[in-house]
Design a protein around this ligand. Structure first.
Ligand code: HEM
Ligand code: HEM
Length: 276
């Protein structure tokens, strides 16, 4: 389908039914997503090698700087990760409604919890039909909030505390994060927790990529292409479960189809389709 004319709903070439295209993820969110994914990949590979160094390296010992390069790559990616996270946090305030989701945990919203369990059942193949979402589904939001929202802060704080040890007592890292190592006990404790944090993030990444590909195929909305183009398209004309989302600021409404608020309110009732 095309999004070149945002004011129009476009009939799906395959079904003839009407599709909506909604601009969901703005450029800073998408840019951060892919830079962050790359930074985490570098951090995980180099971090693993810091924790479990290679048993031997070829050549003259004095000509070898392998661990130095590995640590340098880790620290450089650590700075990219930390600065990117601050930028993403800023965009939660400056960006559209969906940009806030990563940092929101609607603990008191019973409806949200109910939908989270529906979504968990859908992932476990216990529901026949998925719900339609413009933003993240509640289960995805839950995982993203805890592992990436909170988890990133944890990795940055423990990472810079460890960095402060090498940078020395008067470094800014030591002045800002010097309280962390005594809080945990001693340096090795922080190493261990920082290391465990990596596995929590890597577990998320594995499930996340599986879910993104699975939902791209099985759900009722576009997934992978949405994190590339920013635009969500729908496979049927149903009513999104999060359609009461507030309207986005005018600057983010470039691809908005249909009415203010981004919901498919003019849509015909959804006819459930078998997912098996
Ligand atoms: C280190 C690797 C990755 C991490 C840590 C990660 C993390 C995240 C986070 C935090 C979000 C929410 C974005 C936001 O609201 O700001 C997200 C969304 C998304 N990610 Fe990733 N991601 C990773 C890799 C990937 C890869 C390789 C793919 C492609 C298969 C992918 C596909 C997506 C998609 C499609 C969404 C949007 C989901 C939706 O439409 O609701 N991610 N990811
Ligand atoms: C997703 C983010 C990150 C991951 C997955 C990660 C992973 C790791 C791992 C697995 C280790 C080895 C721990 C051990 O077993 O001793 C490590 C060490 C370390 N990391 Fe990270 N890290 C991340 C973010 C950061 C950040 C933001 C910084 C800040 C610059 C940082 C700085 C350090 C330092 C200083 C060490 C100790 C190096 C050494 O002792 O030689 N890390 N990291």
């Amino acid at each position: 389908m095309t999004t070149s004319d945002p004011s129009q709903d476009t009939p799906s070439p395959s079904t003839g039914r009407f599709l909506k295209a909604i601009y969901v993820y703005e450029v800073p969110v998408r840019l951060w997503h892919w830079v962050n994914a790359l930074a985490i990949t570098v951090l995980a590979v180099t971090g693993y090698l810091i924790g479990s160094p290679l048993p031997s390296t070829p050549g003259e010992a004095s000509a070898n700087f392998l661990m130095g390069y590995i640590r340098f790559a880790h620290f450089a990616a650590g700075y990219v990760f930390a600065i990117g996270f601050l930028g993403r946090l800023y965009w939660a305030f400056a960006g559209n409604h969906h940009a806030k989701q990563l940092f929101r945990f609607p603990f008191w919203d019973g409806h949200w919890w109910a939908e989270l369990f529906v979504e968990a059942r859908w992932y476990l193949f216990l529901e026949r039909e998925p719900k339609l979402y413009v933003g993240h589904n509640p289960l995805a939001q839950f995982a993203m909030f805890w592992v990436i929202g909170i988890g990133s802060v944890f990795m940055i704080v423990t990472g810079f505390a460890l960095y402060g040890e090498g940078a020395g007592v008067d470094s800014w890292q030591d002045r800002v994060f010097g309280w962390v190592i005594p809080l945990f006990g001693q340096s090795q404790d922080v190493h261990t927790w920082h290391h465990l944090g990596m596995w929590a993030i890597l577990l998320f990444v594995m499930v996340h990529i599986y879910a993104a590909v699975r939902e791209d195929i099985m759900s009722r909305q576009s997934i992978v292409s949405t994190m590339v183009s920013g635009v969500r398209t729908f496979k049927d004309a149903g009513q999104p479960a999060d359609e009461d989302a507030p309207a986005e600021p005018a600057h983010s409404r470039r691809f908005h189809a249909g009415r203010k608020g981004g919901a498919a309110k003019t849509a015909t009732p959804h006819a459930p389709e078998p997912v098996d």
